[in-house]
Design a binder for this molecule. Sequence first.
Ligand SMILES: C[S@@+](CC[C@H](N)C(=O)[O-])C[C@H]1O[C@@H](n2cnc3c(N)ncnc32)[C@H](O)[C@@H]1O
Length: 446
Amino acid sequence: MGAKAADELTVGDEVEVEIGPVAHGGHCVARYAGRVLFVRHSLPGERVRARITEGGSGDRFLRADAVAVLDASEHRVPSRCPAAGPGGCGGCDFQHVGTGHQRELKARVVTEQLKRLAGIDREVRVEALDDEDGLRYRTRVEFAVDGATVGLRRHRSHTVEAVPGCPIAVPEIDAGLAEVRADVAGDPGALEGISAIDVVVPTGEEDTVVVEVPGDAPTPPIPMTEVVDAPLGRIPMAVDARGFWQVHRDAPRVFVEAVLAAARVEPGERVLDLYSGVGLFSVPLAAAAGEQGQLIAVESDRRATDHLRENLDDRPWALVVPGRVDDLFGVPRKGPKGAKGGRNGRGRTRGRPTRSDLLPPSADVIVLDPPRSGAGRGVVEALVSLRPRRMVYVACDPAALARDTAYLAERGYALTGLRALDAFPMTHHVECIAVFEPARGSVPSP
Ligand SMILES: C[S@@+](CC[C@H](N)C(=O)[O-])C[C@H]1O[C@@H](n2cnc3c(N)ncnc32)[C@H](O)[C@@H]1O
């Protein structure tokens, strides 16, 4: 078959391409006759045969997998996981890359996002956490269930890959998976009505917790304890087995140290911890502010706020405000894509929420750790109006961080510190802890 024209490429076609720079999302950019391909399982500088996995004529770009490496990068290594690779488990993006170079690729992505979305030139170094070769670090894995198959989903697919185990998870997780599989082998209907199996290895408990997640009902509360080795001592924290907790076994300790160092809270100060979860940062921040100070934690998840109250119980100067950060600050939620005239999905106008009286008019320090979508313009503007002397932004998505960095700069807050931490080796994910302060000479406008 002769070479296809670029605009005729469809799923299943294979083309030879030179791989260009790494891009956000776990793939690299290549061009075929000018058409952009995002190629997984490749590395910058390689020549590969890429099989198209998504897209066709009319699409702005195509997705592809490198199915044969014709000219390999020096940073390519044998995959540590038999289930990773083209068509396999979608959990890891960089199993084929040396760990040092994974961090280099992530650093390039953070640098590029900051340049492109915030106009900031900044060299970034991604720091390793305490893990051996980027393996055996995850303390929780949610396995997908399809009939009697238990495994992990393929990339951008609902198909469940029956992985033999997960080399980035702590060994107890593989043991939990093996137990579930043994149960299913004895009774093939054992997982009827179950959509997922969550295996959790809490640091404060002896036993692994295996949660069968029902497909059509909420999981009942499963309280457990995590223990954090914080600078001020060991902190036991109540959390639900299905609730948010940092997945890398070393992340809670390292993040708490980094946030405390970045926040520089003085006794007597008023500190806000937004998107607080069960209080990983709230508890040490409340200790730093002391009883002459104040800690206000905001979290929307009901179960998390119950645990947050429990975790802050012995600090009466800490206030838990349940609810969404945007609603509580009176910031209108963004409507669904394509909606017009401020109407919500049900066709009713969603009015501007009223700012909560529980939120203060000012704050000395604000820590925020939003979900992947980031804080957004409205929340950024509300935070700036509190005139904090310092904001610490914990970000799991460098693109959202870069976008919010631009909003903060518009309002007079400059990026003055940045650490990037490799809390998710073998994947493209990276955690950033950024510090913002009023830009010199500028008075932040409300
Ligand atoms: C990335 S987690 C961080 C939690 C905590 N800082 C930690 O490290 O354990 C984000 C938290 O924000 C909560 N959340 C998501 N959207 C929210 C919103 N709009 N307002 C308040 N909390 C929200 C989630 O329930 C989750 O607990």
